[in-house]
Design a protein. Structure first.
Length: 134
């Protein structure tokens, strides 16, 4: 009887170890994170919440190369790309949730370029995301 109990405990601990280590690593590799967890990995000083609880990327006074790095990892970028090809929504997100002159202008220009190319048929919806890699 004790051998059976010990055997079950060993199997239980082995299963818990497997789930904790291997499944956690798989999730990290695939990048399955909520917006809040992504933000926790990036510099918190660039983020604040607006009055309705949305995450705002504030890059005012940040060097251009740092702005590009933070932008590439930003949940705000993910939200803009998720709205594509709804260009009005993309413009709204850029206007309301992005602060910082150089990067904001680059994003607005990229949205305008994407819209023009998409409407003219030169760009497919899947290709819009390439325009936002700075």
């Amino acid at each position: 009887m004790f051998k059976g109990l010990i055997f079950l405990l060993i199997i239980g601990f082995s299963g818990a170890y497997f789930v904790k280590n291997f499944v956690g690593e798989i999730q990290e590799e695939t990048g399955v994170y909520s917006s809040a967890k992504k933000t926790a990995q990036i510099d918190q000083k660039y983020y604040r919440e607006n009055s309705i609880g949305e995450l705002v990327l504030d890059l005012e006074g940040t060097p251009d190369n740092e702005q590009a790095r933070v932008w590439d990892e930003s949940p705000v970028k993910s939200d803009i790309l998720a709205a594509a090809p709804d260009f009005e929504e993309m413009r709204y997100i850029a206007q309301e949730r992005l602060c910082g002159s150089p990067i904001k202008e680059r994003v607005k220009d990229a949205i305008l370029e994407a819209e023009n190319d998409f409407v003219s048929g030169e760009l497919k919806a899947e290709e819009i995301k390439k325009l936002f890699d700075f």
